[in-house]
Design a protein around this ligand. Structure first.
Ligand code: WQD
Length: 346
C-alpha cells in the first residue's frame, strides 16, 4: 500500500472513477460523501471493479467536527482529493448562498485541518469555466490565459476556491496543492459498473444524449446552430472520465513524493481537441448505431461558444495524456445507460 488518501465526494461521478484508479495504483482510500447527489450503491460498483471496498463515512465536508473525528479515526492520511461540491449551474443562480456555503466552507474546513493532521497534499477540482469565453488568441486555452468573471455563482465558487487555495499556500501553509481544471468530463468506466447518475432531468449534454437514445427523453434540444463555429453549434473539449481520474493519481503521487515544482500548481485536463455538439451527436449515432431524435432550438443563456484545452503542460509536466478516443468514450456512456436500464435504475 502506498498511503492513505481521503476522497471527498467519492461516490460521485468523477470521485468514484478516481477511487477506482487510486485503488488500482495501490493507494488506501477513505471516501466521504454526504450522498446528496449520489448513492451508497456506488461502493458496490467500485468493489466489483477493484475487489476492494473503500472505507466510507457519510459526512458533509462543511461539518468540521465530523471531519476532525474522521481524521482521528483514520490517522496518517497523506493527501486529500476534494470533489465534494454542488455543481448545477442553473441551481446556483437560484440558490447562490447554498453554493457559496457548500463549495467554499468545505474547502476552508479541509485547508484549516490539514496542518494539524500533517496532510501533505490537496487536489482541487476546478473547471475550464474559470476561463469563460477565451479571446481568439488564447484558443486552445493554456493555464496562463486570463480568468474571466464567472457567469454563475457555481463558476464563481471555482474561481474563489482557486484563490483561497493559492492565498493559503502563499501564506506558508505546510502542504502542497494541485488545482486541476477539467474541461467536459464524459463517459463511464469500461466495465459499466460505475458512471454518471444525474438527478432528474440532465443538464449536461451526454447524459441527455444517452437518455434520449434509450427513450427516457423524447428529444434532445441542440442549443443553437448560429454560433461562429464551422457547423454553428458550440465546441467543447470532451474528456474521458477514466483518463481524468488517472490524472488525479499522478497529482497525488507528485505531491506526496515531493516532485511538485511549486507549492501550488495548476493544470488543464482536456484532450486538446474541440468537438461541436453536432459532431458529438453524429459520432454517438455512428458508434452505437442508435438514431438520435434531436432538434435545433435557440441558444442557452450563458453558454460559451467555443473552448478547448491546450493540455501540453499536463502532458509534459505530469506525463499525463488523454488516451481514450471519443468513439470509445461515447460507447462507454451508452453501455452504462444500457446497464442502468438492465438494473431497473432508469
Ligand atoms: C455542452 C454543450 C450546450 C445540453 C459544463 C458545466 C460547467 C463546466 C464545464 C464544470 C453546450 C450543449 C447541452 C443539451 C445542448 N464544468 N447542450 N443540449 O456548458 O460546457 O458546462 O462543463 O465544472 O460548469 O456546466 O457543458 O454538457 O452543459 O453542454 O445542446 O441538452 O452541449 O449548449 O454547447 P458546458 P454541457
Amino acid at each position: 500500500m502506498k498511503g492513505k488518501i481521503l476522497v471527498t465526494g467519492g461516490t460521485g461521478y468523477i470521485g468514484s472513477h478516481t477511487v477506482v484508479e487510486l485503488q488500482n495504483a495501490e493507494y488506501e482510500v477513505v471516501v466521504i460523501d454526504n450522498l446528496s447527489n449520489s448513492n451508497i450503491g456506488v461502493l458496490d460498483g467500485i468493489e466489483r471493479i477493484t475487489g476492494i471496498r473503500p472505507a466510507f463515512k457519510q459526512i458533509d465536508v462543511c461539518d468540521k467536527e465530523a471531519l476532525e473525528q474522521l481524521f482521528q479515526e483514520y490517522p496518517g492520511i497523506k493527501g486529500i482529493i476534494n470533489f465534494a461540491a454542488s455543481k448545477a449551474v442553473g441551481e446556483s443562480v437560484k440558490e447562490p448562498l447554498k453554493y457559496y456555503r457548500n463549495n467554499l466552507v468545505s474547502v476552508i474546513n479541509l485547508l484549516e485541518l490539514m496542518p494539524k493532521y500533517n496532510i501533505e497534499g490537496f487536489v482541487f477540482s476546478s473547471s475550464c469555466t474559470v476561463y469563460g469565453q477565451p479571446d481568439a488568441e488564447y484558443l486552445p486555452v493554456t493555464e496562463s490565459a486570463p480568468r474571466k468573471k464567472a457567469l454563475s455563482p457555481y463558476g464563481n465558487t471555482k474561481t474563489i476556491c482557486e484563490d483561497i487555495i493559492c492565498d493559503t499556500i502563499h501564506s506558508g501553509a505546510p502542504f502542497k496543492s494541485i488545482i486541476l481544471r477539467y474541461f467536459n468530463p464524459i463517459g463511464a468506466h469500461p466495465t459499466a459498473e460505475i458512471g454518471e447518475l444525474p438527478n432528474g432531468v440532465p443538464q449536461n449534454l451526454l447524459p441527455f444524449v444517452t437518455q434520449t437514445a434509450i427513450g427516457i427523453r423524447e428529444k434532445l434540444s441542440v442549443f443553437g446552430d448560429d454560433y461562429n463555429t464551422p457547423d454553428g453549434s458550440c465546441i467543447r473539449d470532451y474528456i474521458n472520465v477514466v483518463d481524468l481520474a488517472k490524472a488525479h493519481v499522478i497529482a497525488v503521487d507528485r505531491m506526496i513524493s515531493g516532485k511538485s515544482l511549486d507549492n501550488v500548481e495548476i493544470f488543464n485536463l482536456g484532450t486538446g481537441r474541440g468537438l461541436s455538439v453536432l459532431e458529438l451527436i453524429r459520432t454517438f449515432e455512428k458508434v452505437t448505431g442508435v438514431k438520435l431524435n434531436y432538434q435545433i432550438v435557440g441558444r442557452r443563456e450563458g453558454d460559451i461558444e467555443k473552448v478547448w484545452a491546450n493540455p501540453e503542460k499536463a502532458n509534459n509536466v505530469l506525463g499525463w495524456t488523454a488516451k481514450e478516443t471519443v468513439e470509445d468514450t461515447l460507447m462507454s456512456a451508452w453501455r452504462w445507460q444500457l446497464k442502468l436500464r438492465e438494473r431497473g435504475l432508469c
